[in-house]
Design a protein around this ligand. Structure first.
Ligand SMILES: *Cc1c(COP(=O)(O)O)cnc(C)c1O
Length: 229
């Protein structure tokens, strides 16, 4: 499989990100692209890196580990997929940010691992805004208590919230989900008295509505690397 298409796709994606940001008067550099390289070989990462991309997302710890080991340059790696508590230690060592914290148990495991390593782990809380049964993420009603538990951990830095719109949602439905997440973040900032600057929302099919609603991190795979098998 060749990856000659990656450079053009990346440029087109960055252009679409800029246009969406400008539509709502935001600066394009307020929106950071996480290129989701999951399931693709390391050559895909190299192709994107050659075109200037430095931030990559993976959804499994095992695959993240393999790519981090292969990399000869320093990239920024984000873990975006569901994380089991027993893999928290490995995730903390490998990932610059974990987007998918969805329980206080997992947060506590990440905190312990980070403390043992003498680092502060940057995390996001994943919220199941739509309430779909098949989705990971905290229910909206649990977010505040888990956030409070995280605030008490010196080895954790809560940076914001993450969500996914339901598969096949219309643009309007997606925008409602994203705007709800932003509202939740605003309420949480006031309640906890801390800044929660990051909103990780938007994938290939819905990153434009996400940016219109305030996304600061967009997680895009297919639009850059092509279809996954
Ligand atoms: C795979 C994945 C993405 C990227 O999805 P695309 O539709 O390929 O852009 C984003 N976020 C999460 C959590 C994912 O697992």
């Amino acid at each position: 499989m060749g990856f000659d298409h990656v450079k053009t796709n990346l440029e087109k994606t960055l252009e679409r990100i800029s246009l969406a940001a400008e539509r709502v008067g935001r600066s394009p550099d307020e929106v950071v692209l996480v290129a989701v390289s999951k399931t693709f070989p390391f050559e895909a990462v190299e192709a994107a890196a050659a075109a200037g991309q430095r931030i990559f997302g993976e959804n499994r710890v095992q695959e993240l580990a393999a790519k981090v080991e292969t990399a000869t340059e320093k990239f920024e790696w984000h873990l975006i997929g569901h994380l089991q508590s027993n893999k928290a230690g490995k995730a903390v060592r490998l990932a610059d940010m974990i987007h998918s914290v969805d329980s206080s148990k997992l947060a506590a495991r990440i905190a312990t691992a980070a403390r043992d390593l003498g680092i502060v782990s940057k995390i996001l809380l994943e919220v199941n805004v739509s309430g779909e049964k098949s989705k990971f993420g905290l229910s909206s009603s649990d977010v505040k208590s888990v956030a409070e538990a995280i605030m008490a951990e010196e080895s954790l830095e809560l940076r914001g919230l993450m969500t996914m719109a339901p598969f096949g949602a219309s643009e309007l439905e997606s925008r409602q989900i994203f705007s709800t997440l932003r509202g939740m973040r605003d309420v949480l900032e006031t309640a906890l008295g801390v800044a929660l600057p990051e909103l990780s929302m938007g994938m290939s099919s819905d990153f434009e509505p996400a940016i219109l609603e305030g996304a600061t991190l967009v997680r895009i795979g297919t639009a850059i690397f092509g279809d996954r098998n």
